[in-house]
Design a protein around this ligand. Structure first.
Ligand SMILES: Nc1ncnc2c1ncn2[C@@H]1O[C@H](COP(=O)(O)OP(=O)(O)O)[C@@H](O)[C@H]1O
Ligand SMILES: [Mg+2]
Length: 381
């Protein structure tokens, strides 16, 4: 008698399944006893069909998993929800372990009666090992980046302090020679600002080390900026100009003046560094009303915004994405600490405000700071 077309198809399909070597594909009885065994199963579990058909599939599990009742649970889940999927350690015939991806599907006849389970297992040990190696490499890279950053940080702080000390030393030199009281008084001014900046820098470092709380109070931002203006001007070399455009009569903002000043100084110094010693930096202060979602994470409302805008080299999208990371700097050792923007960012978070960056390579950068505006007006200073 000729075999029917269906029988030929079924036989082809059986041969196909049995021949697959990259997947273990086999059937279990409703109780979990192995009924069929393909080439893939033999290849990576190590059992010949004669040895394994008739055995319970829990033999592939580790002792711990067996003690935990996991084989029975897997079948129960497959039966109840129509599928079971898992990754975990499984055991080969020789006792060695491999990391397996396991899928169990129940096989049910049209009457809904459970005939058994189809089980497909893949050995993904290599993939897991590769992922672990990648993770380890990443950690090592991160550690070496931290070390490099620490080196840059130390160099950067030394550089900053040196700058401040040379301001003071130049001032002293000037005092020694100057007779004009106006020059004397200006020189004393400059030196005391530099000393204050040094103190502020140590404060910043301390704040960074132990996250000092801010002294937030309502302030007229325009007034704070004006009282600090000379220091900002001095941060720029002679060939550069700082233009202030401060709107008057702005609502008060909740800020810590010392931290606010050092934030502005950071932004102006960044603008200076981006501009190659010439050009203009614009500092703008205005009130804005934001809709929900107009600036990420800021609720709708009224804000006082400070823009520091330069026409410098700008940032690539990559740099912009990382600019606020602590220790991220593109400047050479001794020039940058990578702590400028990260501090300003941290400050803005603490003030319930925000920092935004807009930049184009070769065109310039605008850093905007948003402080929540208070409704009440300030008593006159
Ligand atoms: N105004 C700017 N123009 C171009 N790039 C900037 C500007 N401000 C910041 N950056 C980029 O962001 C990086 C991080 O800035 P910052 O945190 O202040 O650290 P640092 O100034 O010490 O490098 C800078 O190294 C620079 O690449
Ligand atoms: Mg900086």
């Amino acid at each position: 008698m000729q075999p029917s077309v269906d029988a030929i198809e079924a036989e082809r399909f059986r041969q196909f399944i049995m021949g697959v070597t990259d997947y273990a594909i086999y059937m279990l009885s409703p109780q979990g006893v192995v009924i069929t065994w393909n080439a893939g199963a033999q290849r990576f579990k190590g059992y010949h069909p004669d040895e394994i058909i008739g055995q319970h599939f829990s033999i592939f599990y580790t002792d711990e998993d067996r003690a935990d009742g996991r084989p029975a649970k897997a079948l129960a889940v497959a039966r109840a929800s129509g599928k079971f999927e898992d990754e975990g350690w499984r055991v080969r015939k020789d006792g060695s372990r491999f990391w397996a991806n396991v899928v169990i599907d129940p096989i049910v006849n049209p009457e809904g009666e459970l005939l058994g389970f189809a089980k497909v297992t893949r050995d993904i040990t290599e993939r897991r090992v590769a992922a672990e190696q990648l993770e380890r490499a990443r950690e090592q890279l991160f550690q070496s980046q931290q070390l490099e950053a620490l080196g840059k940080l130390t160099g950067g702080i030394a550089h900053d302090f040196n700058n401040l000390l040379s301001v003071i030393m130049n001032g002293l030199e000037l005092l020694r020679m100057a007779r004009d009281p106006a020059i004397v008084s200006r020189s004393i001014d400059t030196m005391s600002r530099a000393a204050q900046r040094g103190a502020a820098l140590t404060q910043q470092l301390l704040a960074f080390a132990r996250q000092q709380p801010l002294l937030l109070a309502p302030h007229d931002a325009a007034q704070v900026i004006r009282s600090f203006e000379t220091v900002l001007h001095r941060a720029l070399p002679d060939a550069m100009r700082l233009h202030l455009r401060l709107d008057d009569g702005l609502p008060p903002a909740l800020l810590d003046p010392t931290q606010f000043e050092s934030a502005l100084l950071n932004l102006v110094v960044n603008a200076r560094d981006a501009m190659d010693g010439r050009g203009d930096v614009h500092l703008g202060l205005l009130a804005v009303t934001l809709a929900d979602g107009e600036v990420a994470r800021l609720p709708a409302g009224r804000y006082v915004r400070i823009d520091v805008c330069d026409g410098g080299m700008g940032m690539t999208p990559d740099t912009m994405a990382r600019a606020i990371e602590p220790f991220f700097t593109t400047k050479e050792v001794g020039k940058g600490t990578g702590l400028g923007l990260s501090q300003v960012y941290g400050l803005m978070q603490q003030c319930d405000g925000a920092l935004t960056l807009a930049s184009r390579v070769g065109e310039g950068t605008t850093v905007s700071l948003y402080f929540p505006a208070l409704a009440a007006s300030l008593p006159p200073a």
